[in-house]
Design a protein around this ligand. Structure first.
Ligand SMILES: *[C@@H]1O[C@H](CO)[C@@H](O)[C@H](O)[C@H]1NC(C)=O
Ligand SMILES: *[C@@H]1O[C@H](CO)[C@@H](O)[C@H](O)[C@H]1NC(C)=O
Ligand SMILES: *[C@@H]1O[C@H](CO)[C@@H](O)[C@H](O)[C@H]1NC(C)=O
Ligand SMILES: *[C@@H]1O[C@H](CO)[C@@H](O)[C@H](O)[C@H]1NC(C)=O
Length: 175
């Protein structure tokens, strides 16, 4: 075999390996209206710098065994409602944040220092539901409008390096 064909075979193997770890372009969610179609089709998904419109829920109902990565900053627009802004469900799933990724709840748009007693209805943020045997890691959450994280009806769920930063609420009374 010539050296060139050796090289081509080697390059093809590398390509096959790298396409296993990186979501295909058509499995990258960049617009909110792509969410459902991509979840239906893909098991290796990237949420890339998504802006979720106010009053809408980012419902990520993942196929069993899926992997989902957050890339860049995922932002949530303002609306008065109870939330949750993000709901993740599915079994044997892996959900992680890429380096420097952030889920920004934009809490200051709601915060009035009154908690749930005031007259601004604030959405709860991140909820893991009906999720068995799964792992969430390197997730960075900032400025939840209210209630940062809930887990329910789930077994064997690991949260590793799950950071919640609401330090901006230290001034002005927070939620
Ligand atoms: C889910 O994980 C369990 C435990 O590791 C395994 O037995 C099962 O086969 C997995 N299911 C799928 C569909 O991957
Ligand atoms: C919120 O409640 C306060 C105190 O009851 C009241 O003065 C204020 O007008 C209310 N604001 C809105 C937007 O309803
Ligand atoms: C998770 O496990 C519990 C207990 O075995 C089971 O009742 C539930 O249906 C499972 N949930 C999912 C989404 O598979
Ligand atoms: C959780 O893990 C334990 C130990 O591996 C296993 O026996 C159990 O079936 C798991 N629960 C679910 C809902 O899969």
């Amino acid at each position: 075999m010539s050296q060139l064909s050796n090289f081509i075979i080697f390059a093809n193997i590398l390509l096959a390996i790298s396409s296993n770890v990186t979501a295909k372009n058509d499995c990258v969610i960049k617009e909110f209206d792509q969410v459902n179609a991509i979840l239906k089709r893909c098991t290796n998904i990237v949420v890339d710098s998504l802006v979720v419109p106010g009053g809408q829920q980012l419902l990520l109902r993942l196929t069993e065994g899926s992997t989902l990565a957050f890339r860049g900053t995922t932002k949530f627009g303002f609306a008065e409602w109870i939330g949750n802004l993000v709901v993740i469900t599915g079994s044997n799933i892996t959900v992680y944040g890429e380096k420097d990724s952030l889920l920004d709840g934009q809490g200051p748009l709601w915060w009035d220092g009154q908690g749930s007693w005031g007259n601004v209805t604030k959405p709860k943020f991140f909820r893991i539901k009906n999720t068995n045997n799964s792992i969430f890691y390197d997730i960075n959450i900032k400025n939840c409008p209210m209630g940062c994280t809930q887990i329910e009806q789930s077994e064997n769920v690991t949260l590793r390096n799950f950071k919640i930063d609401i330090s901006e609420g230290d001034e002005g009374g927070g939620a």
